[in-house]
Design a binder for this molecule. Structure first.
Ligand code: SAM
Ligand code: FES
Length: 345
């Protein structure tokens, strides 16, 4: 096991069977050895800095029906909302006041947000705060749409591949195809976006071997960012009774990703902070270097419920900003309010 970790550190690669071993039964000492190796690589490649991105969840209306997701089209219980441009710009103003340099605009696949409206939103944010980076996370679109967003000034795009198992992907996403997901990621890269892919950990039916394929796929894709978090059930979805993924497996995967892609931007996600009160701190200590505190208005916070038990649903943006800084410092790292652009070289 130590040899595998050593080779990962030196060559940033591992074979399928080696990754399987790292994700299998490790003693507490072995698991700690992996974590410490990832933390060292993190320190030498990206330092002690943790970048903050302000997350604006601007719509929970979605035409897709992903089985795991609380804002899926078929969920009649979801209390739907969408923010208009004015609301979004107020979030940006608040974010600017709190020192953010990146705004992540995330929402369901909401038809109200046509390409024209997304372009208008990106332009307006850039006008308001010309030095900032704008990240979009609005799902699968045609290449021409992505090109329009990029030309309007969007810098980054987050689109998790969710799982590299085609079979599982298609079971969980009725009416969607894994080919199209991959096509989107390829288009986004070619257009010039800094791209974030990623996956959920511990989905029903997902195996450790599936996670090995997730890792190998990401190594090949070379994204700028990788968002991973535990699957968590949501009470009004078909997967409501499925067990959640674990913080431990998520952290182990974060460590391996830090070793495979030393410079990658790796968020300690909200889902990780929701499954365990110290999840984000553990994620940082396992190799993560980004946190995305919520900037959405408090009146809609408790409506963007992808899963049960989500943290920060009642907190003001300023509260989260201060809370996160304390947590980052307590884990042994420092906040960096720079744009933190990705670098895959
Ligand atoms: N619609 C956009 C998309 O598909 O990329 C962005 C919004 S989507 C709700 C954001 C992410 O939430 C998904 O990529 C998925 O990984 C995550 N997510 C959804 N439901 C979840 C659940 N029950 N547990 C953990 N993560 C979940
Ligand atoms: Fe929101 Fe801690 S980050 S309260």
């Amino acid at each position: 096991m130590e040899e595998i970790v050593e080779r990962l550190v030196l060559a940033q690669e591992a074979r399928r069977e080696e990754l399987l071993l790292l994700l299998g039964d490790l003693s507490p000492e072995e698991a700690e050895h992996l974590r410490v190796a990832a933390d060292r690589v993190r320190k030498s490649c990206v330092g002690d800095k943790v970048y903050l991105r302000g997350l604006i969840e601007f719509s929970n209306i979605c035409v897709q029906d992903c089985l795991y997701c609380g804002i899926r089209r078929s969920n009649q219980e979801a209390d739907r909302y969408r923010l208009d441009l004015e609301d979004i710009l107020s979030c940006v103003d608040e974010g600017k006041r709190l020192g953010y340099r990146t705004y992540v605009l995330q929402g369901g696949e909401d038809p109200y947000y046509t390409d024209e409206r997304i372009v208008e939103m990106v332009r307006a944010i850039k006008e308001r705060d010309p030095e900032c980076a704008v990240t979009l996370s609005v799902g699968e679109k045609e290449r021409e749409s992505y090109e329009r967003y990029y030309q309007a000034g969007a810098d980054r795009y987050l689109l998790r591949h969710e799982t590299h198992s085609r079979e599982l992907y298609e079971q969980l996403h009725p009416g969607m195809s894994y080919e199209n997901r991959l096509r989107c990621l390829q288009d986004l890269k070619e257009i010039g976006f800094q791209v974030g892919a990623g996956f959920m950990v511990g989905l029903p039916g997902q195996t450790v071997a599936d996670h090995v394929e997730d890792l190998l796929f990401l190594k090949e894709l070379q994204p700028h960012m990788v968002g991973i978090g535990p699957f968590m059930p949501q009470q009004d979805t078909p997967l409501k009774d499925a067990p959640a993924g674990t913080a431990e497996m998520t952290c182990r995967l974060l460590s391996i990703l830090r070793l495979l892609l030393p410079k990658v931007l790796l968020p300690a996600t909200t889902a990780l902070g929701s499954i365990d009160p110290k999840g984000r701190e553990q994620g940082l200590q396992a190799g993560a270097n980004v946190v995305m505190p919520n900037l959405s208005p408090t009146r809609v916070r408790d409506k963007y419920l992808l899963y049960d038990g989500k943290i920060c649903t009642g907190d003001e943006a300023a509260h989260c900003r201060a809370c996160i800084e304390r947590r980052i410092n307590s884990a042994g790292y420092v906040v960096d309010m720079g744009r933190g652009d990705g670098d895959i070289l």
